[in-house]
Design a protein around this ligand. Sequence first.
Ligand SMILES: [Fe+2]
Length: 361
Amino acid sequence: MTSLVQGVHHITLCPGGAQQDLDFFTQVLGQRLVKQTVLMDGSIPIYHLYYGNADADVGSIATSFPYSRKPGRAGSGQLSCTSYTVPNGAITFWKDHFDRHQAEHSGVQERFGTKYLRVRHPAGLLFEMIEERGDNRNPWMTKEITRDAATRGFFGAVLSVRDVRDQESFFVDALGFRKVGVDGPYHRFEVPGSGPGRVVDLHVEPERAPGSWGFGAGTAHHIAFNVETDDALVKQKAVYEELGFTDASEIKDRFYFHSMYVRSPGGILVECTANVPGGFYQDEAPEELGTKLHLPPWFEEQREAIVAQLEAITVPEENRPRPGDAPVARPVVAAAQKPMQESKIPLSRTRAAFDADKQTT
Ligand SMILES: [Fe+2]
């Protein structure tokens, strides 16, 4: 089949405390905090923090719901590791860097002929740095992490499954991936095309007990794949339904993008995502990404009550605009996408209602 999916869009995780997560992502993994907002479902205020590369590129964004109110259970049927690309030869730096931060790591490993190094987040989540030539995305740098070592964005992700067969069919038949190899317990799949962030490794762990599915500290919640437009989301939903995955969600408005979810056969929640015009740059200047809490318009009236229930966090100095820096040009994101008001596609959530209300008042 022709793939509607273009690669990984974002990966969403549940750590525990917000500041602990912020410190690990920015200081240990060297990511840029690119957005502070809140969970857009339900009524309990939970941060939604976004981390990415210097340009907040699609395919570099890890998002987290710091969910200290309840532990999750890590296991099979979950995304088990988030994979970043780093320049060839950078693994030694990362090993020393993790040692300096007293972060538990795996030592240098190899799979599919490539070196990698895994590290554990304080909440238990796993990340890995994979050496990859020719990834030209713009890295975020810190005082400790320079251009020759910094992450470029996602290589992809590792998903734990007890049985590979149905999950393989899902990736091939429903999402249009092709299988490119097997290395021990790892089965590798790629989205056809070129460019980074197109790899998923299924890690077959037949004896591993299933992990929890809801929000819970120490577990991954879902992986999201990029599609071009809202129309592609509708087509992807039809593909799921044609194959018998009738539990695909409606299309949800996440303000920075639109989303549609389905539970895949191995247990992993899979989202497909279409950007909206402006993306992460809709509500703040490029040089100010991540520096303030942004709420979607429909939550703005409740700001005081929401903020009162959130853990206070300190944005690292490196994530704040630097005095004297020239303003950065606002990137054009998904300019081909129709503005929301012209979209004929019904959205499940409140942005459409908000726009309608605004027009009648
Ligand atoms: Fe998501």
